[in-house]
Design a protein. Structure first.
Length: 52
């Protein structure tokens, strides 16, 4: 799971609770990005989605 460090809307704890509820899930917090993570870092999102 990817979360932007500056995102103050989607997940107050930047996905910590959600990640803890999904077995095997990992969480990555991307510095300097807010709620528009897909648009700001499309390369990273696509790479993670493809498992690269």
């Amino acid at each position: 799971m990817l979360f932007g460090s500056d995102d103050t809307v989607h997940s107050p704890d930047l996905g910590a609770t959600l990640t803890g509820r999904i077995p095997g899930a990992t969480r990555t917090v991307v510095d300097g990005v807010g709620g528009a993570l897909l648009w700001a870092r499309a390369d990273l999102v696509i790479s993670c989605a493809l498992g690269s």
